[in-house]
Design a protein around this ligand. Structure first.
Ligand SMILES: [Zn+2]
Ligand SMILES: [Zn+2]
Length: 303
């Protein structure tokens, strides 16, 4: 795989937390990581954060004082594994003028403010978000509505089948796109036509494949899907690469490597997401130009 420095116009994805439900820890969980959901997406210089699981604290340590003055966090939903990193996000703790905007799409238009205010308050937590140096702004919307930002960036959204609802996101930049589909339980029949349309032809789909088909009968109704259903959706929707995400904390590195090999026999561009894994998608026209000179260049460069 060719490694290059990303151009300032690239779409970039980095996984900071890939586990679902709760953290995993120990020597058997080193390769795929420990933290709960958090994914950084850069549309050129513009940063978006998908979910605020414990991976958000690792992201915050890394970017620290160099974090943008305005940070947008898009919640899939507010289950604990998707928000518990929020008060440990270093850029929110530094004494600097900074605005952190959250977006929540599954509360019938309500923002996350009340729910987060109930959790991050004594006696459950010693400090309220409103007491942190950064200023929080909470926005609510209805999953399915597009989000439009002050710089004109548009992000499409989709309601997912999960207890209490969850929001899927599609971020596009330079003719490339990444879809974040966590947490979701597959429907019967599958793929769901609306979801298939939403992720169609994406360069990368991040998908809740917490279980395998063999395990699913024990976990029906829990709101999660399987890596096999992810492959089915990706292939039918023309998705180019698939990252299986929201990994079950009981699946150790050996299990996930084995499942990944089985999955890649069906879809070679599918993989199990690894913490800190990074992908760069150059603008579509630039990629086409590069491919003329570097025929072996992969769709995405990993590094
Ligand atoms: Zn979850
Ligand atoms: Zn959930």
């Amino acid at each position: 795989m060719v490694r290059r420095v990303a151009s300032s116009e690239a779409l970039q994805v980095r996984f900071w937390g890939t586990r679902g439900s709760t953290c995993a820890s120990g020597p058997q969980f080193v390769e795929f990581g420990s933290h709960t959901p958090c994914v950084e997406v850069r549309c050129g210089e513009r940063m978006f954060i998908l979910d605020a699981g414990t991976g958000l604290s690792a992201l915050g340590m890394e970017i620290g004082p160099s974090a943008p003055d305005k940070i947008d966090i898009l919640f899939s939903h507010l289950h604990l594994d998707h928000i518990s990193g929020l008060p440990f996000f270093k850029p929110a703790l530094l004494a600097k003028e900074r605005v952190i905007r959250t977006y929540c799409g599954n509360l019938e238009g309500d923002s996350a403010m009340d729910a987060l205010g109930r959790l991050f308050a004594p006696p459950l937590f010693p400090v309220r978000l409103g007491q942190l140096p950064a200023r929080f702004e909470h926005h609510g919307f209805l999953a399915g509505e597009p989000l439009t930002f002050d710089d004109g960036t548009r992000i499409d959204t989709h309601l997912l089948n999960h207890p209490g609802g969850a929001t899927g996101y599609r971020l596009s930049h330079g003719g490339r796109s990444v879809c974040y589909i966590s947490d979701v339980e597959h429907s019967d029949p599958w793929p769901d036509p609306g979801l298939m349309e939403f992720v169609r032809d994406a360069d990368l789909m991040i998908f809740d494949g917490m279980f395998s088909d063999a395990e699913y009968s024990y976990c029906r109704g829990w709101g999660h899907s399987t890596w096999q259903k992810g492959v089915e959706l990706a292939q039918k929707a023309g998705v180019k690469a698939l990252a299986i995400f929201h990994l079950y904390p009981g699946h150790d590195d050996a299990f996930l490597r084995q499942a990944e090999a089985e999955m890649q026999a069906v879809m070679p561009t599918a993989f199990m997401a690894r913490e800190r894994q990074h992908f760069t998608f150059e603008p579509a026209d630039r990629e086409a130009a590069a491919e003329r000179h570097e025929p072996a260049l992969a769709q995405a460069t990993e590094g």
